[in-house]
Ligand binder design. Structure first.
Ligand code: SAM
Length: 231
């Protein structure tokens, strides 16, 4: 998979992309992540990428030309499955969307900044608009990093134990059950006996019960009709 990120602040990706799973996935060539500075596509001699809004209002607006040029340049090189814009008024990003994006070959993620981007970019150049939550960030960079992390860890071969992504919260509309490690007794706080029993069938049943119990308590909205059969 290849992910191209268009941003005014490429430095914001250095930390998240050079550690842990994203670093390993890139080194193993399971994903190619390219971060492009939108300023490099500016047609202005001062590399300007924003301007005052028509109609007057506070804040600056990202201009259409540099973004148009950046997307066109990338699209000349390969076909893209999706051009995604990060925006608080977009579709809410969730695990299902991450699963779907992880099956795609090439995607572009555009990060907005300031007051936002010229609406004509959204109307003519964007396939999908995605929000990572009901709050406003300063820019789309953190949203793009969050989405990239959630997507890349689902690409086969990225996680050491591939089943571990499948048992994460939300994969089956259930939250994850509690997990424990050694020591089995810490100051009298004991690990549930069942986990030490060696009976895999009973352990799996216990994990499912705990997952359902936790979901009912914390996120009853996830237990739609599909999951009631598991109760
Ligand atoms: N004026 C915009 C509004 O009220 O919808 C907010 C602009 S915000 C300060 C600047 C940029 O940050 C947005 O264009 C978007 O790319 C990004 N952004 C902010 N919040 C986001 C969120 N919850 N999810 C995804 N991107 C977000």
């Amino acid at each position: 998979m290849r992910i191209d990120i268009l941003t005014l602040f490429p430095g914001m990706f250095e930390g998240p992309f050079s550690e842990s799973i994203l670093k390993r996935a890139t080194e193993k060539k399971l994903v190619e992540i390219h971060v492009h500075n939108i300023r490099d596509y500016s047609t202005d001699k001062h590399r300007r990428v924003d301007d005052y809004p028509f109609g007057g209002d506070a804040g600056m607006v990202m201009m259409i030309e540099p973004i148009y040029k950046a997307i066109k340049t990338l699209k000349k090189e390969r076909a893209y499955d999706r051009v995604i814009f990060t925006t608080p008024d977009g579709e809410l990003f969730d695990q299902k969307m991450a699963n779907y994006f992880s099956t795609l070959q090439n995607i572009i993620i555009l990060c907005g900044h300031y007051k936002g981007i010229d609406q004509r970019i959204r109307d003519h150049l964007i396939d999908q608009e995605v929000s990572i939550g009901n709050y406003v960030l300063t820019g789309g960079e953190l949203a793009a990093a969050v989405m990239t992390d959630a997507i890349v860890r689902l690409i086969p071969g990225v996680l050491h134990d591939e089943t571990s992504a499948l048992t994460d919260s939300f994969q089956d509309d259930l939250l994850s059950p509690p997990v424990y490690t050694r020591p089995c007794n810490f100051k009298g706080w004991r690990v549930p006996e069942i986990l030490l029993s060696g009976d895999d069938g009973k352990i799996q049943q216990w994990k499912l019960e705990k997952a359902i119990e936790r979901t009912k308590k914390r996120r009853p909205d996830l237990l739609d009709e599909e999951n009631t059969g598991k109760d």
